[in-house]
Structure formats: structure tokens, C-alpha cells
Write a protein that binds this ligand. Structure first.
Ligand SMILES: [Zn+2]
Ligand SMILES: [Zn+2]
Length: 468
């Protein structure tokens, strides 16, 4: 039988139930399992807080993910209602039967359905379960299984049986706004009430002004974090956090304060970096690193895929070191914008392009003092970057003949779809003074490039200026 009419019928039934919220809440105990997911989706989309809370309380599956359902910044109250529905080990929960729901995932995730299929037998678990924290459901279940199989009793160190442990997955942003603070305070109070039976699993954490959020960090397990952003902090505090993380995939640091590169804090910073074996994405934009890149690259994992070093004050020596590094042959995304890297020689960057040509997909060299002669010298190396998808070199002093020559070279790169080019010099009455831009001449440039792309059947390629 075709599935579509069935699901439509379920959706209609869910909508009908929601028309009388109180009756729907009363009916939840008798509700067929098949109706839970469509009813949840309708209740979530309609922002029915009370029914969402009641549904979490009696949810008949092991996991519940928001997945692709859309969430606005002002939806904290919806999340709080769902968290309130969790049956935690506390004074209020004296029921003799354990709740079925073991993982509530409040992160938006385009690859995730509302529930996972239950295929594992030994530890029937969710695909998004935490694998790192000692307090995770998986770890507590394994410990309980070990007790059953080997008679090994560690109940003193594990005060909660696995059937009582619940995981709450949530991305957090400590940005200092009142609503965020209220949400974090709510989470803290839930953790206190749970007596350790709730594992708050934060995998994507953003901290703005670290010194004012130290107390909030204490209730998180840093081992769970895989994406971390820190803006405004002392390097000492960043080091403390980094030393406790073990599975970082992506790290973004900006406005980090420290006294000097030879000081103990920078040494410790390098030591912490040396332990980030899983790191794939690093963004240190706006962090001054002149002549220090060699120390960083020495400790970074060689398989690093993304490196953002814009506004880092890089010298030609830094580019030389990068071009010779083991990371160069793995990079997929590189941003060296707003560094004067072409003020002296282009050879180190040319070597970098040659070594990265097999992997590089996204390159940004905006405002790097790139000139006609330098760009012309780099043409061959650029046209060998066969994986390139995005190239951005805006805010450099380039003339029209060199721009058209570049286009002719790059149209052979089949994967290259997006090029952000600088407005050619002749479009300005006075170079790089915004008010002196001649828009008519710029429009002519755009028309000519478009015609050239059409002539070689590369309409799929978009050439645009930064302001367009
Ligand atoms: Zn799941
Ligand atoms: Zn966790």
C-alpha cells in the first residue's frame, strides 16, 4: 500500500487532536505509537507548549530530535517546556516505571529524523548518543551491562542506574543576552534537580567574553564539545578550556589577549593545540600572529582541512612556512585575506598553491596587495587547482586586461562556480576610494565578463564583485 495517503491520514488525525489541546493531553496515554511523531511535528510547528511538554513526558521512543523543524531565537520557551517534560530522577518522579525517552535532542540538524530506528540489541541506543562523557547514557548502560555479565558492581561510583539517565543535547551560546542567561539558569536548575541523572551534552558552544561566563562553563562536560567559538578572552582561560576538550573538530578564536609570544600562556596554548588530534577546522582571524605561524603549524594536526588566518598580520615568512608545512597538501579551505602577503615576493604563495592544488576548494586572498604582475605569475598555479569551487580576491589593484586573462585561464576549472573579483582600476576615478567608483563602467565590466563566460559555455560560473 502506498505510504503517502497513510501519513496524510496521520497528519490529519494529529491536527484534529490539536484542535482541543486539553483533550489531546488527556488522550496521550491511549495514543497509538504511530501518531506520536506527526502529532509532535504539528504541535511543534503550532508552538503548542503544553502538549509538547506532555508528549515528552510519555514519549514512547528512546530518542526525540527536533531535526529539521525550524527554531527561532525567541523559541527558548518551547525548548524549556520540552525539557520540563523530561522525567528525571527526582523527588517529583516517584513512578515505578522508567521513562522510555533517553535522549532529547534540541539541536537543529538537517540530517536527522524525529526518531531513530531501534536496531541495536545489546544497548538499543540513539545514533546521536554521547560517546565521550562519563555521565552519558551509553557509558552508564555499558557499566550496568558489565555488572550484569561479570557481576562487577561499581554501584557506589555509579549512583544512578542506566534506566534513570537521560541525555539532553543542546547547542549553547553564552552571548550575554538576558534571554540566553535565563535559558542557561533554567538548565542549571534542571541539572541540580536531576541529582546527576541528566547529562547536558553541548557539542556546539559559543562564548562571548569568557570572564563573565566562568560559572556557566562549570556545568558542562568539555569532552562533549566538538565545535567551539570563543570571542574575547584571556589566553589563560582559553587554555584551561582547551586542556579539557579532547574531541574538538572545529575551533574559532578571536580577540584573545596575552602578553607575549614567548610567555608561559602561549607555550601552554601550543601544548594544548598539540593534543587536538581531531581538529579539522581552525579560524584564528584577527589574532595577530606575525612570524609565529611555524610554531603553530608544528603542533597542528597535518590533516587540517580549513584554515582561516585573515587579519593576522602575516609576513612573507609565515606564507613560506605554510607552503612547506604538512598541512598544505590537505587544505580544502584557506583564507589569507587582509594580510600584506604579496608586498615582497609571490613565490612562497605560488608554492603553497602548487602543494594545495589537489585538495583546495575555497581560496580567499582579498586585500593582500595583489598586483597585475603577481596575479599573472600565479595564473598557472591557480589553473592547476582542479578542485577549486570558490575564489575570492576582492580589494586588490587589478586592471581589466589581467582580469579577462584570468577568466580565460580559469574557465577550464569545471568545479569552480563562484569568483569574487576586485573592481578593476579603471572603474575608479581615484583607486579604492568608494565615492569615486564609476558604476556605469563597472556595469560594462560585468557585461563583458558575462559575455566571455557565455562564449565558452560557462554560464554556471558566477563572477561577482564584493558589493554586488
Ligand atoms: Zn535518535
Ligand atoms: Zn555528552
Amino acid at each position: 500500500m502506498d505510504q503517502k495517503p497513510t501519513s496524510t491520514l496521520l497528519e490529519l488525525a494529529a491536527k484534529s487532536l490539536l484542535s482541543n489541546e486539553q483533550a489531546a493531553i488527556h488522550a496521550l496515554d491511549e495514543l497509538p505509537r504511530a501518531l506520536f511523531v506527526p502529532l509532535f511535528i504539528s504541535a511543534f510547528v503550532g508552538r503548542h507548549k503544553e502538549i509538547l511538554k506532555a508528549m515528552v513526558r510519555v514519549w514512547p521512543f528512546r530518542c526525540l530530535h527536533i531535526g529539521t523543524l525550524s527554531l527561532q531565537g525567541s523559541d527558548c520557551d518551547i525548548l524549556e517546556a520540552m525539557i520540563d517534560g523530561l522525567q528525571l530522577h527526582s523527588a517529583q518522579n516517584s513512578s515505578s516505571w522508567p521513562p522510555k525517552l533517553r535522549l532529547l535532542d534540541l539541536r537543529q540538524d538537517l540530517d536527522c529524523k524525529i526518531i531513530c530506528s531501534e536496531i541495536r540489541t545489546t544497548f538499543p541506543s540513539c545514533f546521536r548518543s554521547c560517546a565521550y562523557s562519563q555521565n552519558s547514557t551509553l557509558r552508564t548502560e555499558e557499566a550496568q551491562h558489565s555488572v550484569r555479565c561479570h557481576g562487577f558492581d561499581n554501584s557506589e561510583s555509579e549512583p544512578h542506574s542506566a534506566s534513570e539517565t537521560v541525555e539532553l543535547l543542546v547547542d549553547l551560546s553564552f552571548d550575554g543576552t538576558l534571554r540566553t542567561q535565563q535559558f542557561v539558569s533554567f538548565l542549571q536548575s534542571k541539572l541540580r534537580q536531576s541529582f546527576g541523572s541528566l547529562h547536558l551534552c553541548c557539542r556546539d558552544l559559543e562564548i562571548v567574553d569568557m570572564s563573565s561566563h566562568r560559572s556557566m562553563l562549570q556545568f558542562l562536560d568539555p569532552r562533549c564539545i566538538d565545535h567551539l567559538q570563543v570571542d574575547q578572552a584571556h589566553l589563560r582561560d582559553v587554555n584551561t578550556l582547551l586542556a579539557q576538550t579532547a574531541h574538538l573538530y572545529s575551533l574559532r578564536l578571536s580577540n584573545i589577549r596575552f602578553r607575549c609570544f614567548l610567555g608561559i600562556h602561549f607555550q601552554t596554548f601550543l601544548h594544548c593545540f598539540g593534543k587536538l588530534d581531531s581538529l579539522q577546522e581552525l579560524d584564528l582571524s584577527t589574532q595577530y600572529l606575525r612570524d609565529q605561524l611555524h610554531r603553530l603549524l608544528r603542533v597542528l594536526p597535518p590533516q587540517l582541512k580549513t584554515l582561516n588566518l585573515s587579519f593576522c598580520g602575516l609576513s612573507i615568512e609565515d606564507v613560506t612556512v605554510l607552503s612547506q608545512s604538512s598541512q598544505a597538501t590537505h587544505l580544502r579551505q584557506l583564507d589569507l585575506s587582509h594580510n600584506q602577503i604579496f608586498s615582497e615576493a609571490h613565490e612562497p604563495f605560488q608554492t603553497l598553491l602548487e602543494r594545495a592544488s589537489g585538495t583546495l576548494q575555497h581560496l580567499e586572498i582579498n586585500n593582500c596587495l595583489l598586483t597585475d604582475s603577481t596575479l599573472s605569475a600565479l595564473l598557472t598555479a591557480l589553473s592547476h587547482c582542479s578542485r577549486l569551487r570558490v575564489l575570492s580576491f576582492a580589494f586588490n589593484r587589478i586592471t581589466m586586461p589581467v582580469l579577462t586573462n584570468l577568466l580565460q585561464h580559469l574557465t577550464s576549472l569545471i568545479e569552480l562556480k563562484h569568483v569574487i573579483y576586485p573592481m578593476p582600476v579603471h572603474c575608479y576615478r581615484q583607486w579604492d576610494v568608494p565615492g569615486s567608483l564609476n558604476r556605469r563602467q563597472l556595469a560594462e565590466v560585468q557585461d563583458r565578463l558575462k559575455a566571455m563566460l557565455q562564449a565558452v559555455q560557462r554560464d554556471d560560473m558566477i563572477w561577482t564583485t564584493h558589493s554586488a
